[in-house]
Design a protein around this ligand. Structure first.
Ligand code: AMP
Ligand code: MN
Ligand code: MN
Length: 314
């Protein structure tokens, strides 16, 4: 029996969490794991804790039961998914600390072995793909398959990023066989944007500039920009992807405010630059072609620091 199966068997109470600002892979993997466990044993207690759940993911089974705030509870087993370090699950860190066993499942190259058990496959496109490796494909329900498919769609940018492999497509194909409605999931969770999200994209494109002979594109949104269009950080997914596909660009950088003194830095590269190593220099992390970190200072300072790091690699 694998560690995974053994730990689930012996735990009476199980909790699952993922990283702050949860994305499709984070939400899909947390809900997919919950569903897989419940499909095998409906009497198990399996609670999911996430900081927020964007409206487009609320159709996934179990999304309505997600706890948005920590509780004063001690679990036998706590899964931490799609998350490479403790500072990424801050709101629930105390709860995770109190749990008897911490089991981490992830695909971030920057994950150095979090928890008592840690399964990390940096070759996997998504944490949902790592779950496909662990789960018995014959025992995945349609509800579980929808969660896993959503996660893979999001972390591969609909099967187009360089992390998409033959294995990714095979797992996705197996999930489709369970009856997943791929057009609906792709359109309604990935491509569809609210009016406010489109305004944020438009503003970010107007704020963008080309640097280093057009090899780098940098953009930002200020708190004033966000306030003006009533947008929040949850409305900014996908902006970095639009920047990255600008003709001639190797690396895209996008900043948005976290606090009055700090900015979230998102980076994507096309073929050359290892953005994960740059993010790690600033205590962030991610993957070779998609990474992020939080930095203190003015937009101008942060831009210059990041541009010089990218330039060293070009
Ligand atoms: P994002 O730019 O937020 O879409 O993130 C790109 C990738 O980098 C994702 O896989 C994130 O999980 C990871 N990442 C982003 N920000 C951080 C951070 N502050 N620390 C560690 N990993 C991060
Ligand atoms: Mn993620
Ligand atoms: Mn992921």
């Amino acid at each position: 029996m694998s560690h995974f199966t053994k730990q689930i068997h012996s735990a009476k109470t199980i909790a699952i969490t993922g990283h702050i600002h949860p994305d499709g892979d984070c939400i899909g993997s947390c809900l997919g794991l919950r569903q897989y466990i419940l499909d095998h044993d409906p009497n198990k207690q399996v609670d999911v804790y996430l900081e927020s759940v964007p409206a487009e993911f609320l159709f996934l089974k179990g999304a309505e039961n997600i706890f948005l705030e920590p509780q004063d509870k001690e679990y036998d087993l706590f899964f931490v998914l799609d998350c490479s370090s403790v500072d990424r699950f801050v709101p629930f860190a105390d709860m995770v600390d109190k749990a008897k066993i911490l089991f981490c499942i992830d695909h971030h190259i920057s994950n150095q072995g979090l928890g008592d058990f840690c399964l990390v496959d940096p070759q996997a496109s998504a944490t949902c793909e790592v779950l496909c490796q662990i789960f018995d494909m014959n025992e995945i329900s349609l509800s579980c398959a929808e969660c896993l498919y959503t996660g893979i769609v999001h972390d591969t940018g609909v099967f187009k990023h360089s992390n998409t492999t033959k294995a990714t497509m095979t797992y996705a194909g197996n999930l489709l066989e369970k009856g997943v409605n791929c057009s609906k999931i792709i359109d309604e969770t990935f491509y569809q944007k609210t009016f406010v999200q489109n305004l944020a994209l438009g503003k970010a494109l107007l704020n963008s500039s080309l640097e280093v002979d057009g090899q780098i594109i940098v953009s930002f949104l200020t708190q004033e920009n966000l306030t003006e269009i009533s947008a929040s950080s949850a409305d900014l997914n996908g902006i970095i992807d639009q920047l990255r596909i600008t003709k001639g660009v190797e690396t895209a950088v996008f900043l948005y405010p976290m606090t009055p003194e700090s900015y979230k830095v998102s980076m994507r590269s096309n073929t050359k630059v290892n953005v994960s190593s740059i993010a790690q220099e600033f205590q962030g992390g991610g993957h070779i072609r998609a990474a992020g970190c939080t930095m203190h200072g003015t937009i101008e300072d942060i831009k210059q620091q990041i541009i010089s790091r990218i330039q060293q690699q070009l």
